[in-house]
Design a protein around this ligand. Structure first.
Ligand code: GDP
Ligand code: GDP
Length: 433
């Protein structure tokens, strides 16, 4: 399970600038492929090999400053509940404001690590100005310039030091998380699946953060359902708040092996749904897409094809994902969703023998060599699956640095074609032999 880091603070201090810096490297790859700029407030980052999810809480605040003031308590409280560490950002240009003091007050009682980040410290003069933030009573602070990146390394060094280990724990049963936007039908789906028992689950889950997996046996399948709903009971947050739903999704995704991503067919596969999809993908989780509320859609013979095409365009290049059309209300295809989620779980835990990999793929790569680069030819000699929790493959060759992304995608597609990894993100690495 990966750690979650929340960035909190009032508007305009530079939270999203820092956030973009933290997630940049990895997310940019996805964006350049699909050509879409996504408005993202959560994503995956890593520092010194330690991966964590980052949430820019400010991204969810809409409207004027007084709306913000009302929302801030709720959001900071949620961020505190749901994250493993908090970056509290303030702005050296404006100095301490009332709102900063308000947030600081909420953070006093927190037992989780809080990092006070004084932003916009672009020069030495401002470094001297930053001392005033001692008055917030949160102790040491980190001087940053999110715009030019100075100071972020020191902050991240300290941050990853306190984060829990990212290692995925082994379970004997698949862990499924039901994720999606508010009103997509998640609760209805879970209720249809596990019925009345949910109430019991909720009571138990509400008491401790660690008991959010509960074991079920339904329709002949055994699985754990990651249900974070219970945790919410103590906070007085409206269920339909986007921020609430995102915090819940992030936590659930981190805990799961396979995410069942629901969306409302009458509303479309919009940017927010896509963000949840990419977060699952970045976390190397399996994905099953359920086009929910299918009972409400006027259908003709082309409707399924049209929806499928739209979704695949949105999730390219990771399009090898099961898409199921159903309804939590009428329970249509519920069983199919479970069945598919189990298959995706099996695909994700599958280990292909080295001999089989080489027998199948070596002849293919010999007939489809990577394009020559600077007059040099790449020769792939050996392929093996790495002993990781999710599928990763190493292709050993003479000149790994000359193999570019399109060819890696070709290799990934060959792996998918010959060994069924439907619903599972896979990594292809070129290694020096
Ligand atoms: P948010 O509302 O807290 O997410 O703040 P933004 O990230 O949108 O930044 C608000 C403004 O501050 C923008 O105009 C940024 O360009 C600017 N800004 C962010 N970081 C820095 C910094 O390190 N130095 C300076 N001088 N400006 C910054
Ligand atoms: P959540 O916020 O994702 O947990 O969504 P809910 O399960 O609370 O569902 C939101 C609304 O959509 C409720 O009024 C449900 O009755 C309705 N709903 C959920 N699934 C379906 C479905 O498959 N078909 C129809 N017609 N309505 C649904």
């Amino acid at each position: 399970m990966g750690a979650i880091v929340a960035i909190v603070g009032r508007p305009n201090v530079g939270k999203s600038t820092l956030f973009n810096r933290l997630i940049q490297r990895r997310e940019a790859i996805v964006d350049s492929v699909s050509g879409v700029t996504r408005d993202r407030h959560y994503g995956k980052s890593d520092w010194n090999g330690k991966e964590f999810s980052v949430i820019d809480t400010g991204g969810y605040v809409v409207g004027s400053d007084d709306v913000f003031e009302k929302e801030i308590d709720k959001q900071v409280e949620l961020a505190i509940d749901e994250s493993d560490a908090i970056i509290f950002m303030v702005d050296v240009e404006s100095g301490i404001t009332g709102m900063d003091e308000e947030v600081a007050k909420l953070l006093y009682k927190v037992e989780k690590p809080v990092f006070l980040a004084v932003n916009k410290v672009d020069n030495a003069k401002r470094e001297a100005d930053a001392v005033e933030f001692y008055a917030l009573g949160l102790g040491e602070y980190y001087n940053l310039s999110s715009i030019n990146g100075s100071g972020t390394g020191e902050l991240l060094d300290a941050l990853v030091e306190v984060l829990p280990e990212g290692a995925e724990e082994e379970t004997e049963l698949p862990r499924f998380a039901v994720v999606g936007r508010p009103n997509a039908g998640k609760s209805s789906f879970i209720n249809a699946l596990i019925g009345e028992e949910r109430n019991i689950v909720t009571d138990v889950a509400g008491t401790t953060r660690d008991s959010i997996d509960t074991k079920y046996n339904r329709f002949g399948f055994e699985f754990n359902l990651v249900d974070t709903a219970g945790i919410r009971k103590k906070s007085k947050v409206r269920e339909d708040l986007e921020f609430y739903s995102v915090m819940r999704s992030v936590r659930a995704i981190e805990h799961s092996d396979v995410c069942i991503l629901l969306f409302d067919a009458t509303r479309g596969f919009d940017g927010q749904v896509q963000n949840i999809f990419w977060l699952a993908e970045r976390n190397h989780k399996g994905v099953v897409i359920l086009v929910n509320k299918w009972d409400l859609v006027d259908k003709d013979t082309h409707t399924v094809k049209k929806y499928t095409q739209l979704i695949k365009e949105a999730i390219a290049p990771f399009t090898d994902v099961p898409i199921i059309f159903g309804s939590a209300l009428t329970k249509q295809r519920l069983l199919k969703v479970l069945e598919t989620a189990v298959e995706v779980y099996q695909n994700r835990t599958k280990k292909i023998k080295t001999s089989e990999l080489n027998n199948v793929l070596l002849p293919i790569v010999e007939n489809n060599t990577p394009p020559a680069y600077k007059g040099k030819y790449v020769k792939i000699k050996f392929i093996t699956q790495l002993p990781t929790h999710h599928p990763q493959f190493a292709f050993f060759c003479n000149l790994p640095q000359y193999v570019k992304d399109p060819y890696k995608r070709f290799l990934e597609n060959q792996l998918r074609e010959h060994f069924d990894f439907t619903g599972v993100p896979i990594d292809v690495f070129m290694r020096k032999k």
